[in-house]
Design a protein around this ligand. Structure first.
Ligand SMILES: Cc1cc2nc3c(=O)[nH]c(=O)nc-3n(C[C@H](O)[C@H](O)[C@H](O)COP(=O)(O)OP(=O)(O)OC[C@H]3O[C@@H](n4cnc5c(N)ncnc54)[C@H](O)[C@@H]3O)c2cc1C
Ligand code: FES
Length: 315
């Protein structure tokens, strides 16, 4: 019986591998899947998304400090730039030679022609090493990955709430909102003035920016969520919509505030990731389907953008 099942599995793996090879060959786009293919894996990511996902070897064009412990990296990835949408991310291979096998996920910060940028914070070994990589160093970039922010119901206004490097996930959205003439406010939080990010980039596209720092070195002394609560309390807006990214605690505070004011809210989650292609289930987060049911969904595939009211924050 065991042998029989094993045989069936091997056949299924072969069939899946053949189907995948066919898709890749048909599209002739040079998609390289970086992970082993097991039964079912090709269905892990929706096919339309898989077909506009690219694994590219490129080189760093620039990689410069923009604030304390934060860097902006620029590289050329024409196909990724062409298909990127607000909220989507890339999975970056930093260095394989020293046992750093897992890629690291970073949101696409900006797109300009054939180039993309990533704005990242030094957190651990991977991002430290990335920050030390010079111009012309090789880089493997897989993307664009994940779902996107939605503004088909026109926000009046859109309120972006970014905590620390979380603001990086909101910049492509900010650009898209302004291109669609949507009034947009940016609430930017940081530990201190030296770590403040993106203020000039937001102001350069006519976004009104409000700043909060934990130590009060610039802007409001306190959390960025204090500003959000204050604005929602004291401003009569038509149809405000909140878009947020940042540490988990900040996101859960945003979700609570906007639930109290009944303001629709989309958040980008930044869970730890393994494959980023819907296979390993390392990135799941609890989503409430109804009052009695919680389902674990993959941040890399069903997300990273979720409705804040769908997340089971207490689990
Ligand atoms: C969809 C998505 C988009 C992201 N976008 C950005 C961005 O634009 N800018 C930015 O500064 N950071 C971003 N992050 C967080 C970033 O991926 C981590 O800070 C980074 O992976 C840390 O790697 P490390 O090797 O320095 O840290 P280590 O702690 O040494 O990493 C060990 C492992 O944990 C994972 N990990 C650690 N911290 C995080 C975290 N906070 N979130 C997710 N995985 C983590 C790493 O991927 C790695 O697998 C994003 C995360 C996700 C999931
Ligand atoms: S990171 Fe592997 S399933 Fe999401």
């Amino acid at each position: 019986m065991g042998v029989e099942l094993q045989k069936q599995n091997i056949v299924l793996i072969l069939i899946d591998t053949l189907i995948l090879k066919k898709i890749v060959k048909k599209r002739e786009r040079g998609i390289v899947l970086p992970y082993p293919i097991f039964r079912g894996n090709i269905y892990a990511m929706p096919n339309d998304r898989l077909l506009s996902t690219y694994d590219r070897q490129t080189v760093i064009l620039s990689n410069e400090a923009v604030a304390e412990a934060h860097y902006l990296l620029r590289c050329e990835c024409a196909e990724i730039a062409q298909h990127a949408h607000p909220g989507q991310f890339v999975h970056v291979m930093i260095s394989q030679d020293t046992g750093m096998l897992l890629r690291r996920p970073f949101t696409i910060y900006t797109v300009e022609g054939r180039e993309i940028t990533m704005l990242y914070q030094i957190i651990g070994e991977g991002t430290k090493r990335l920050s030390e990589m010079p111009k012309d160093a090789p880089l493997h970039v897989l993307g664009p990955l994940g779902n996107t922010f939605d503004f088909t119901v026109k926000p009046e206004p859109a309120i972006l709430v970014g905590g620390g490097a979380g603001i990086a996930s909101l910049m492509l959205l900010a650009v898209a909102l302004r291109e669609n003439d949507i009034q947009t406010l940016g609430l930017v939080g940081a530990q201190r003035c030296a770590r403040l990010l993106s203020v000039k980039d937001l102001e350069s596209i006519d976004i009104e920016v409000h700043i909060a720092t934990d130590d009060g070195s610039i802007g409001h002394h306190g959390y960025v969520t204090d500003i959000l609560a204050d604005l929602l309390e004291n401003t009569a807006w038509q149809r405000p919509t909140v878009y947020a990214c940042g540490p988990h605690g900040m996101l859960s505070a945003v979700a609570k505030i906007t639930a109290d004011f009944e303001v629709p809210t989309q958040i980008a989650m930044e869970n730890r990731m393994g494959c980023a292609m819907g296979v390993c289930l390392g990135c799941v987060c609890p989503v409430r389907i109804d009052t009695n049911t919680i389902e674990y969904q993959r941040v890399c595939t069903e997300g990273p953008v979720f409705n804040a009211s769908d997340i089971a924050w207490d689990v």
